[in-house]
Design a protein around this ligand. Structure first.
Ligand SMILES: Nc1ncnc2c1ncn2[C@@H]1O[C@H](COP(=O)(O)OP(=O)(O)OP(=O)(O)O)[C@@H](O)[C@H]1O
Ligand SMILES: [Mg+2]
Length: 230
């Protein structure tokens, strides 16, 4: 379902040097597979999720989703694929403050070409346990409830893959375990694969496949001098 080969990404530092961040020979995920990604702060986990979602362009290599080569598409095509095939849950949930829980989930649908389906939005909010909070604004919801709205929104378009970047970093440990279980259950139910970044041992224990970032990425922090200095 997801197949990454020979992926490379570097960034320009403020000094002008380039720093290699990603050099992933091969990383694969099967359909509906649920995977945790762990690794030190700054090692490139978020960058990897951004390259998969097309928010960051790769230097070279291949990212295939259901056999589609994502790196070759134009920016607008990548936006469409992201909306149709990928769901994204952030550490800070990015809910729109002026809209209710239900409206936020329906807005997730307007980004794709599928039409807005209120019934489906309500069904998803029910699945994440927020049936009685449909018309609440984000500020009227607890942090854990806001995160569950964000999960429902990310699943609004029935994606193939949910990318979750430390989704429970702002939630207390007891709720963290519950929210992760809920994300897993809803994704199992919907047939959605998960690639989830976490720093938490408790969260990692909930998954059967845990990937250490260092084992898929060959970069060992080294800086290339700017060309003028070579
Ligand atoms: N746009 C950018 N320009 C330059 N460097 C960047 C850019 N984005 C990320 N980096 C660098 O890439 C490295 C990896 O960042 P990334 O956010 O992927 O780390 P991470 O593994 O997600 O860390 P954390 O666990 O703290 O979230 C960092 O050293 C960061 O400074
Ligand atoms: Mg990160």
């Amino acid at each position: 379902m997801l197949e990454i080969t020979e992926l490379k990404k570097s960034f320009a530092e403020p000094s002008g040097s380039r720093v290699d961040i990603l050099n992933i020979p091969r990383f694969q995920m099967g359909s509906g597979e649920q995977v945790v990604l762990r690794g030190e702060s700054g090692c490139g986990k978020t960058t990897l999720l951004h390259t998969i979602s097309g928010l960051v362009r790769v230097d070279s290599g291949s990212i295939q989703l259901d056999g589609m080569e994502l790196t070759r598409f134009s920016e607008s095509a990548r936006d469409r694929i992201r909306a149709a095939k990928l769901g994204y849950v952030f550490q800070t949930f990015n809910l729109l403050p002026a809209f209710t829980a239900l409206e936020n989930v329906k807005l997730g649908m307007t980004f794709s070409r599928k039409s807005v389906n209120t019934g489906r939005a309500i069904e998803l909010l029910e699945k994440v346990g927020l049936k009685d909070r449909l018309h609440y604004l984000p500020k009227q919801l607890s942090v854990g409830q806001q995160q569950r709205v964000a999960v429902a929104r990310a699943l609004a378009n029935k994606p193939r893959l949910l990318l979750a970047d430390e989704p429970t970093a702002n939630v207390d440990p007891a709720n963290q375990t519950r929210i992760i279980q809920l994300i897993r259950d809803v994704c199992t139910d919907e047939g959605v694969a998960i690639l989830l970044v976490t720093h938490s041992d408790d969260v990692a224990r909930q998954f059967s496949r845990v990937v250490r970032f260092e084992t898929i990425n060959l970069v060992t922090k080294q800086t290339t001098a700017p060309e003028s200095e070579l």
